[in-house]
Design a protein around this ligand. Structure first.
Ligand code: PLP
Length: 368
């Protein structure tokens, strides 16, 4: 999808969030073995796969997950929609769904398409990075039933600190919110360990739907395999009821890739993170040197959120595209035109392509 958009044009495609790196060889081997069986009937998660997921949660996040907390999904976007349908009701204009912008666009569309009322709060940009206006969140959450949290946050690249998570948790408890925490980027944090929102306390776990997948980390998005972790049985039953008959089973190859990635992908992932950290530093260095552009430092993901307001150009994404770099248009990441002068750049590509793209951006900005 990413490359097809600009087929036949000299545009380096750094938009949708997948990478130019082959999946770990152990994943490719496992898939080839599975394909060699020639049998592709209905699949379902098997015990060693479930064990691989639970072991990953235990070793990476010190989180003891029970097997029956898992609900398998073909993708996280499905999970966001199902969460919106499972929590609250459509009566009286629909219950409110709270989220903070700029944010991955399905956070904005899923509530609306599910008949809910979208409540958005802008994150605040400071010298040290993007953060929360907790007082404003408190006020807005009054009308909400569900909180869609992006952790780490796409597109601003923040891996929320524990103190920030605790403040959000306190607000979720105060307003009796269900929290759907999209943690798809959690294995791509550059420093320290990821802290799942649900691990803050058993009470928080009981109101949380955590969405995870191996897809971003191991470049498996096209295989469609993800899962929700829902410790509370009532919430889990509501989630299952909302997806029943609509959301398909995960395909057999996605499940195979998931097990192989979690079991054998650790060394590959460490190397990937070193590469991404270096790429992030390169993007930051170039952006810092370009008058009119700015960004805060990336703590996780392979995405850079670049503020282009200083360029004085109405539509920076179109400008960069004309100069041969296809970035995501910031306008899609918030309501109205709030982020039209921002772009999101995917640096999950080779160093050569990244350098070429940054050179083109430099030219687009009129810098020699
Ligand atoms: C925060 C976030 N959630 C979900 C997705 C997509 O998930 P899926 O492809 O599993 O639907 C992305 C993809 O970029 C993402 O960044």
């Amino acid at each position: 999808m990413r490359w097809a958009k600009y087929a036949g044009r000299d545009v380096i495609p750094l938009w949708v969030a997948d990478m130019d790196f082959s999946a770990p060889p152990e994943v490719v081997d496992a898939l080839q073995r599975r394909i060699a069986s020639g049998l592709f009937g209905y699949g379902q998660p098997w015990p060693s796969l479930v064990e691989a997921v639970l072991e990953h949660c235990a070793s990476e996040y010190a989180w003891t997950v029970e097997p029956d907390w898992l609900v398998w999904l073909p993708g996280l976007v499905s999970g966001l929609h199902v969460a919106c349908r499972a929590v609250g009701d459509r009566e009286h204009g629909g219950d409110g769904v709270f989220t903070a912008t700029p944010v991955y666009p399905p956070f904005l569309s899923a509530p609306v398409e599910s008949g809910r009322r979208l409540l958005t709060l802008p994150l605040v940009a400071t010298e040290s990075g993007w953060g929360w206006d907790f007082a404003a969140a408190d006020a807005l959450m009054r009308a909400a039933r569900l909180f869609l949290l992006c952790h780490p946050h796409n597109p601003v690249g923040r891996a929320w600190r524990e103190d920030e998570l605790w403040q959000l948790a306190a607000l979720a408890e105060k307003h009796d919110l269900v929290v759907c925490s999209d943690e798809i980027h959690c294995d791509l944090t550059f420093a320290g360990r990821h802290r799942p929102f649900a691990t803050l306390s058993p009470e928080i776990a009981a109101r949380t739907i955590t969405l995870m997948a191996p897809s971003k980390t191991f470049n498996l998005a096209g295989l469609g395999c993800a899962f929700a972790i829902i410790p509370d049985s009532r919430l889990r039953a509501a989630f299952r009821a909302a997806l029943h008959g609509i959301v398909p089973h995960v395909n057999a190859l996605g499940l195979v890739a998931c097990e192989a990635a979690y079991r054998h992908g650790a060394a590959w992932r460490r190397q990937l993170i070193d590469t991404l950290r270096a790429h992030a530093a390169r993007v930051e260095q170039v952006v810092d040197g370009l008058p009119g552009l700015s960004m805060t430092s990336v703590e996780a993901t392979f995405l850079a959120w670049i503020d282009c307001r200083g360029l004085g150009v109405e539509h920076p994404a179109a400008l960069f595209e004309r100069h041969g770099v296809g970035v995501s248009d910031g306008a899609a990441f918030g309501p109205g035109p709030a982020y039209a002068q921002y772009v999101r750049l995917n640096f999950g590509t080779t160093r050569a392509l990244l350098d070429a793209a940054l050179e083109r951006i430099r030219t687009a900005c009129g810098s020699p």
